[in-house]
Write a protein that binds this ligand. Structure first.
Ligand SMILES: *Cc1c(COP(=O)(O)O)cnc(C)c1O
Length: 404
């Protein structure tokens, strides 16, 4: 067992060694620029890039021409959101999203809001899902785009993409989904789910960091985007810049592995996650799972340990690498906006930890993690006056705290 045990696969995954193997020649021997049309170096690189496009397309039920390479999901989200807003400005000025989206969706939306666009920020229920009737009611003649994530990165809750997609199609608005957490973990199909734009990132499914893709629908409707990166006119003019050929090849290889191995892998991950979750709930009184326990990612659980401060717990279990949710906000001590969006109080949000297992996780690692967490929760609780009061039978919600 490698210590620290890595249980933060939702933040990033290691490259699969089989992926690295396929990338290696593209750093040295076949190093050509995929846009060089005048010699074999370029043609070889281009062929590799087009093969990778097919591999990614196949994973999501798309046509290869509908896959644009980006530097990751942050860029793909920015391009999808700002690119459609700018392109269709004549048609309207309204976009819809939800309060529990990743910052890479929320912040482009905020930018548009500051430029005069109108944004509807849908609330979510206690499990993290938007209400479809509320979504339908929010769509107006001026609505250009609905952006709702496939799976939430902190709690794993899945959105009903097919229903959302059908609704958007019926209303004639574009549907973008940030599928970064879902790719390779659950089946996705841009046709069956009526998706017009989809963001993917290689490093979340055992590919390299710094490469991703945006799926852009070509037919019924043909989606057009205003480029956010101008230059040589690469990627059908929508995203200029010399392609990261080794990265692209790696993303293609990772997509193919994900497609082939998903059915078996998903089941294995679910069992590991369920085992970890069951132990945490069994051994830690009052521990509770956040989000939806049915319709969620197979590899993730977000658990609250009341009367324990999440950051202290994370610091106390150095042999286990977990996070309080988002890698992007864990530097701040703010409670997670996603957990607050579910209606959890600051207390409970502060006591929550995200555990995410992956391809290289073993049963022994999961058991070790559960033991370490349980021991640390116990230690921290023994130092907690709140926990002492609870043990004495005091109902904390009835306590009148005096402030000075
Ligand atoms: C990781 C993540 C991103 C950011 O992806 P990068 O490729 O690292 O830019 C965006 N959205 C979600 C849901 C994520 O989990």
């Amino acid at each position: 067992m490698n210590i620290p045990v890595y249980l933060d696969y939702s933040a990033t995954t290691p490259c699969d060694p089989r992926v690295v193997e396929r990338m290696l020649p593209y750093f040295t021997d076949t190093f050509g620029n995929a846009a060089s049309r005048s010699h074999a170096f370029g043609w070889t690189a281009e062929a590799a890039v087009e093969r990778a496009r097919e591999q990614v397309a196949e994973l999501i039920g798309a046509h290869p021409k509908e896959v644009l390479w980006t530097s990751g999901s942050t860029e793909a989200n920015n391009l999808a959101i700002k690119g459609t807003a700018e392109m269709y400005r004549e048609k309207g000025n309204h976009l819809i999203t939800a309060i529990t989206e990743h910052k890479a969706v929320l912040d482009p939306m905020k930018r548009l809001e500051s430029q005069g666009f109108e944004i509807t920020w849908l609330p979510v229920d206690s499990e993290g899902r938007v209400d479809l009737a509320q979504l339908a009611a929010a769509i107006t003649e001026k609505t250009l785009l609905v952006s709702l994530m496939a799976a939430n990165n902190e709690i794993g809750t899945l959105h009903p993409l097919k229903e959302i997609g059908a609704l958007c199609k019926q209303k004639g608005v574009l549907f973008h989904t940030d599928a970064t957490q879902a790719v390779g973990r659950i089946p996705l199909d841009v046709e069956a789910q009526h998706i017009d734009l989809m963001s993917l990132s290689a490093h979340k499914f055992y590919g390299p960091k710094g490469v991703g893709a945006l799926y852009v629908r070509r037919r019924s409707p043909r989606v057009r985007l205003s480029a956010q990166m101008d230059g040589g006119g690469h990627e059908r003019g929508m995203r200029s810049g010399t392609l990261n050929v080794p990265g692209v090849v790696g993303m293609g290889a990772a997509a193919e592995l994900a497609r082939v191995e998903m059915p078996v892998e998903t089941e294995r991950l679910r069992q590991l996650r369920d085992r970890l979750e069951a132990r945490l709930l069994r051994d830690n009184p009052d521990a509770a799972v956040n989000g939806d326990r049915e319709r969620r990612l197979p590899n993730l659980t977000n658990v609250s340990f009341p009367y324990v401060e999440g950051e202290s717990l994370i610091m106390g279990i150095k042999e286990v690498a977990v996070s309080s949710g988002s890698a992007c906000t864990s530097a701040s001590l703010e409670p997670s906006y996603v957990l607050k969006g579910l209606g959890l109080g600051d207390e409970r949000a502060h006591s929550s930890i995200r555990f995410s297992v992956g391809r290289f996780t073993t049963e022994a690692e999961v058991d070790f993690a559960a033991e370490r967490v349980t021991a640390e929760v116990k230690r921290l609780r023994e130092m907690s006056p709140l926990w002492e009061m609870v043990q004495e039978g005091i109902d904390l919600s009835q306590v009148k705290w005096t402030t000075h």
